[in-house]
Design a protein around this ligand. Structure first.
Ligand SMILES: [Zn+2]
Length: 245
């Protein structure tokens, strides 16, 4: 049977962007584990080597990120923008990220929330990815002509910390309760061992996922925030709402 456009969309890769080597794992790692277990290809683009962190050298952090991505069934590449803690919103960066979108040709894109949190790089990268998803579609942009235009299906934001959760966007909750998913996600977070020396970030993320899970009536869930209204082919895809209290 020839694949329908819908099934091709479903098979398109997931592409996740992070400002630092651990952002994707902490902010949406459980979702990635769900998707790769279901057979979707996942690729990470990390936009610094975490060289401004108090703990861990750039080389250690790159090694941790590679191990962590592998534990989630994903591949990872590093892209040089301005460096850790120095990221600025520049058109040249948008073009660079748009060229990655054209190369990888993802269906779903995950990026840090636009709401400012503790680290200024997070929200700035979210803006750059949102703008890059737009430019990746533009056929006439000469800076991107070496690769054919690409329109993604959906951009979701993830919040690296609770402070970055957008208060005005109703999240989509992904049920990550399966034991092997939580285990893979926990192992991926623990792989960033250098960062555990300052705070117990993994415990915070697991507690967040547990709270979303309790609100939704499942074990653990992670919240994603759609940049655009979701389009469903049928109400059957709407699942169920989370209102347990
Ligand atoms: Zn970060």
């Amino acid at each position: 049977m020839k694949p329908t456009p819908k099934s091709r969309r479903k098979a398109a890769p997931l592409l996740a962007f992070g400002a630092h080597p651990d952002d994707i794992e902490f902010g949406c790692g459980g979702v990635v584990a769900c998707e790769t277990r279901a057979g979707r290809v996942a690729h990470f683009v990390v936009c610094s080597r975490g060289e401004a962190a108090t703990h861990g050298t750039a080389a250690q952090r790159v090694a941790e990120a590679k191990q962590s991505a592998a534990l989630l069934g994903a591949t990872v590449e590093f892209v040089e923008l301005d460096g850790d803690a120095l990221l600025e919103a520049k058109v040249a960066h948008t073009i660079k990220l748009a060229s990655i979108l054209r190369r990888v040709r993802p269906g779903i894109v995950l990026a840090p929330s636009l709401v400012a949190d503790q680290h200024p790089d997070h929200a700035r990268l979210g803006q750059l990815v949102r703008d890059a998803a737009r430019l990746a579609r533009y056929g006439g942009l000469k800076e991107l002509r070496s690769l054919p235009p690409h329109a993604i299906d959906q951009l979701f934001f993830y919040a690296v910390t609770p402070e970055g959760e957008p208060p005005d966007i109703t999240p989509v909750l992904i049920d990550i309760s399966a034991t092997e998913i939580v285990a893979a996600w926990t192992a991926a977070m623990d792989a960033h061992a250098s960062q555990a020396r300052s705070r117990n970030y993994a415990a915070l993320q697991l507690a967040r996922a547990r709270l979303w899970g309790l609100r939704a009536g499942v074990g653990h869930a992670m919240a994603l925030y759609p940049n655009d209204p979701l389009v469903l082919d049928s109400l059957a895809q709407a699942g169920r709402g989370a209102r347990r209290f």
